[in-house]
Design a protein around this ligand. Structure first.
Ligand SMILES: Nc1nc2c([nH]c(=O)n2[C@@H]2O[C@H](COP(=O)(O)OP(=O)(O)OP(=O)(O)O)[C@@H](O)[C@H]2O)c(=O)[nH]1
Length: 155
């Protein structure tokens, strides 16, 4: 049913034509022990100090999987295998005052190579799945975490 009043839809009430989506991709990377790689956002940036699934913005015209491979190489120096990316969950944020909404796509990474190092500074950590909730995260990463079907990823 159409809602003529103020909307509580994901666009936060902004007119649809005023909302621009930012597409962001993130990786669920696990090591041989089943631990998950988290990255800490640098202080001074939006959500600074919070821990997120590593990734970044999709560039205009770029395929999400290609963006994820690029971002993980740029940020952590890991090489992901394109054929081994599996969509897991997504989360969508309300538009902010500037009419900007974020759509965050999480991919499980079946195969990767290299040793992570923080190429752009900041910290990263390998975290047991049961301990992930102890790491303060931005809102959409919290949603993704709640949607991960862990039974599909038993080690
Ligand atoms: N991972 C994540 N990103 C979010 C959330 N909410 C939200 O607005 N974002 C925004 O989504 C974008 C993620 O892209 P990014 O990781 O490349 O961000 P960045 O600050 O390094 O951007 P930059 O490359 O322009 O410096 C950022 O603008 C971040 O603020 C959220 O809940 N989780």
């Amino acid at each position: 049913m159409m809602n003529a009043g103020k909307s509580d839809a994901p666009d936060g009430g902004a007119s649809k034509s005023e909302v621009a989506a930012i597409w962001v991709v993130a990786a669920l990377i696990r090591d041989e022990h089943g631990r998950v790689l988290l990255q800490q956002r640098p202080a001074g940036k939006a959500h600074g100090g919070l821990w997120e699934f590593p990734g970044g913005k999709v560039e205009p015209g770029e395929l999400p999987g290609v963006a994820l491979i690029r971002e993980i190489d740029e940020e952590l120096g890991l090489a992901l295998a394109h054929g081994a990316l599996e969509p897991v969950a997504f989360a969508e944020g309300a538009a902010d005052a500037a009419g900007r909404a974020v759509v965050l796509l999480l991919y499980a990474v079946g195969q990767w190579e290299g040793e992570p190092y923080a190429r752009e500074g900041g910290a990263f950590a390998w975290v047991e799945p049961a301990a992930l909730q102890g790491y303060p995260m931005p809102p959409l990463d919290i949603e993704l975490l709640s949607r991960i079907p862990w039974k599909n990823f038993s080690s």
